[in-house]
Write a new protein. Structure first.
Length: 132
C-alpha cells in the first residue's frame, strides 16, 4: 500500500509539474500574443494616421483649387460688370447728348413756343407751390 501511495504521490507531482509547465507555456504564448497585438495596433494606428493625413491633404488641395477658381471667377465677373457699367455710362451719355441736341434744335426752330412752354411750366410750378 505504501508503494501505491508513493506512486500516486509521484503521479500527482508529475501532473503538477506538467500543469506548471503548461501554465508557463500559456503565459509565454499570452505574452507573445500581447506583443503581436501591440505591434498590430501600432501599425494600425500609423496606417490610420497616414490615411487621415492623406485625406486631409487631398481636402486641403481641393479647397485651395476651389478657392483659386472662385477668385478667378470673381475677378472675371467684376471685369464683366465693370465693362457693362462703362457701356451703360457711355450709352447714357450719348442719349443725353442726343436729347440736348434735339432740345437745342427745337428751341432754335421755335423760340416763341419754347418760351410759352417754359412760362406755362413756371406758372404751374408756382401754383402748386402755393397750395402746400
Amino acid at each position: 500500500m505504501a508503494q501505491k501511495s508513493n506512486a500516486t504521490g509521484n503521479n500527482v507531482a508529475e501532473i503538477e509539474q506538467e500543469i506548471r509547465q503548461l501554465v508557463r507555456d500559456l503565459e509565454t504564448r499570452v505574452g507573445h500574443l500581447n506583443s503581436l497585438t501591440r505591434r498590430g495596433m501600432s501599425h494600425a494606428t500609423n496606417g490610420a494616421r497616414d490615411y487621415v493625413s492623406d485625406a486631409l491633404d487631398q481636402v486641403s488641395e481641393t479647397l485651395a483649387a476651389t478657392a483659386e477658381q472662385l477668385r478667378g471667377g470673381a475677378a472675371e465677373a467684376a471685369e464683366r460688370l465693370s465693362e457693362g457699367a462703362r457701356g451703360i455710362g457711355n450709352e447714357a451719355a450719348r442719349l443725353s447728348q442726343d436729347a440736348l441736341r434735339k432740345i437745342e434744335d427745337e428751341v432754335s426752330q421755335r423760340p416763341l413756343l419754347t418760351l410759352a412752354i417754359a412760362a406755362g411750366i413756371g406758372f404751374l410750378a408756382g401754383t402748386a407751390g402755393r397750395r402746400r
